[in-house]
Design a protein around this ligand. Structure first.
Ligand SMILES: NC(=O)c1ccc[n+]([C@@H]2O[C@H](COP(=O)([O-])OP(=O)(O)OC[C@H]3O[C@@H](n4cnc5c(N)ncnc54)[C@H](OP(=O)(O)O)[C@@H]3O)[C@@H](O)[C@H]2O)c1
Length: 223
């Protein structure tokens, strides 16, 4: 029987891995998505969407679907699913691999302030700043009380409830790996500060290169 692999996905790297494994044609590939975005990118192989129901649910899923190997290719900040995968694989006796995505490292020209929490990131912004918030919707609340700043917030899907910011603009779209288009966007909105997490990977690196090029301060949230 062919080996059956479960990829825990939701990242460009997971989609690339699924495409590579399907093209090689040696294993059956099933990718799992949490279902956070309404139009996920096309993924090679079989796709299932939605949570498993915690560690127990995932362990049950592994047994019922006769999964031989799990590859955790989730986002580095998606820590709950990674921990669930570790515990579920242990209890189901299924080997687990982690597809690692190294953090971005600071260049001499970068003007980063590194912080460890969202609250510290919000406190690091000077009054009057025009801030590009490159964070998912579940990470915004710490910035809501900074009504002395103007926020430009980029999201993949429109928010389901009104954002509780006094001064903000919403941009719908995904990050670009292209520093020129990211620099254009930052300039167009008069951005003075960028806030992001150190996610690593190519897809989100365009804004980091753009900030370097424009010599913009970056508040970088560490892993
Ligand atoms: N965090 C980010 O900034 C970020 C950025 C880009 C992409 N993503 C992707 O978005 C997804 C959700 O991220 P998160 O930070 O909300 O995760 P999380 O906090 O680590 O996980 C929360 C819950 O969501 C479900 N879940 C997460 N990833 C899943 C997957 N690939 N397949 C099935 N269920 C999943 C699990 O529910 P149950 O306990 O019910 O199984 C998990 O307990 C991840 O797949 C991640 O790769 C996250």
């Amino acid at each position: 029987m062919r080996e059956k692999i479960l990829i825990l996905g939701g990242t460009a790297e997971a989609a690339d891995l699924a495409a590579r494994l399907v093209a090689e044609g040696k294993v059956d590939v099933l990718t799992s998505l949490a279902g956070r975005t309404t139009n996920p990118a096309q993924i090679a192989g079989t796709v299932r969407i939605g949570g498993f129901g915690g560690v127990e649910g995932l362990a049950r899923f592994l047994n019922e679907n006769r999964i031989d190997r799990v590859i955790d290719a989730t986002h580095p900040f998606a820590t709950r699913i990674s921990e669930n995968a570790r515990l579920a694989c242990e209890s189901a006796g299924v080997p687990l691999e982690r597809l690692d995505r190294p953090s971005w490292t600071r260049d001499d020209k970068d003007r980063w302030t590194e912080v460890t929490t969202l609250e510290e990131a919000a406190a690091a912004l000077p009054g009057g700043a025009y801030v590009f918030l490159a964070l998912g919707r579940q990470y915004l609340s710490a910035f809501e009380k900074r009504d002395d700043c103007h926020f430009v917030i980029r999201m993949v899907d429109p928010p389901q409830k009104t954002l509780a910011f006094l001064n903000f603009e919403l941009i719908l779209g995904k990050p670009s790996a292209d520093p020129r288009s990211e620099a254009e966007l930052l300039k167009r909105h008069g951005i003075t500060h960028l806030v992001c997490r150190n996610s690593g990977g190519n897809a989100g690196y365009g804004k980091i290169l753009a900030a370097r090029e424009l010599s913009l301060p970056v508040v970088m949230i560490r892993r």
